[in-house]
Design a binder for this molecule. Structure first.
Ligand SMILES: Cc1cc2nc3c(=O)[nH]c(=O)nc-3n(C[C@H](O)[C@H](O)[C@H](O)COP(=O)(O)O)c2cc1C
Length: 189
């Protein structure tokens, strides 16, 4: 069977793509605007290049047609901290995907603790094994309500005992595997 995307509505295209292009990493993004800490998960997320170290995350609109808070905050503050969830974080990750008004914090509303690692970037989610401190690089205008934002990794936090002197890191992120979530086992090279 061949499914012609030009005959599908947006929901069906999303359904097919999100259940086919798996596993997908989940960027659990922390942004901060006027001291309000915003947290949300995004799985239209991928590494783009190591030199320069770039990732891309595509972020859409809220139900009221305004840009999602993460996107608005990144465009305003030029900063984002990308965390990665463990299986124990799943409930909080899902809670943080609830749509809140821009002046409300998911960290506060859903009791998601954060820790400031560097004053230059938004905090990490407490217990994160690793996090990427990123600056806004550019966006791609794809003539859609979704906006792919390109972010440059400036530095990385790694929990001390999970990284050796050769920069081998051992983390157990969860990822999207269709409708559900699965664990990514670390492999050594
Ligand atoms: C696992 C998961 C992955 C998601 N991926 C995306 C995504 O890639 N792009 C997007 O716009 N929304 C995505 N969402 C929905 C956002 O998390 C949700 O709209 C959230 O309320 C955005 O919050 P914000 O307005 O604080 O940025 C995802 C939700 C979940 C649970």
């Amino acid at each position: 069977m061949v499914i012609n995307y030009s005959e599908l509505n947006d929901t069906k295209k999303y359904k097919l793509m999100s259940q086919t292009i798996i596993p997908r990493p989940i960027a659990w993004i922390v942004t901060q605007q006027n001291k309000i800490i915003n947290i949300a998960p995004f799985s239209y997320f991928a590494p783009l290049s190591s030199n320069p170290p770039l990732v891309v995350v595509s972020i859409g609109h809220k139900d009221d047609d305004t840009p999602k808070d993460t996107r608005a905050n990144i465009l305003e503050t030029k900063k984002a901290t990308i965390c990665f969830a463990k299986i124990e974080d799943l409930e909080k990750l899902i809670l943080s995907s609830n749509e809140l008004p821009k002046d409300m914090s998911e960290a506060y509303e859903f009791s998601i603790n954060t820790v400031t690692i560097t004053e230059d970037y938004p905090p990490i989610i407490a217990g994160s094994q690793t996090a990427l401190f990123c600056e806004f690089h550019s966006f791609i205008d794809i003539q859609s309500e979704t906006l792919p934002l390109i972010l440059e990794i400036k530095s990385q936090y790694v929990q001390e005992d999970l990284c050796d002197e050769k920069l081998n890191i051992k983390i157990d992120n969860i990822c999207r595997i269709g409708k559900g979530f699965g664990k990514v086992e670390s492999i050594e090279f």
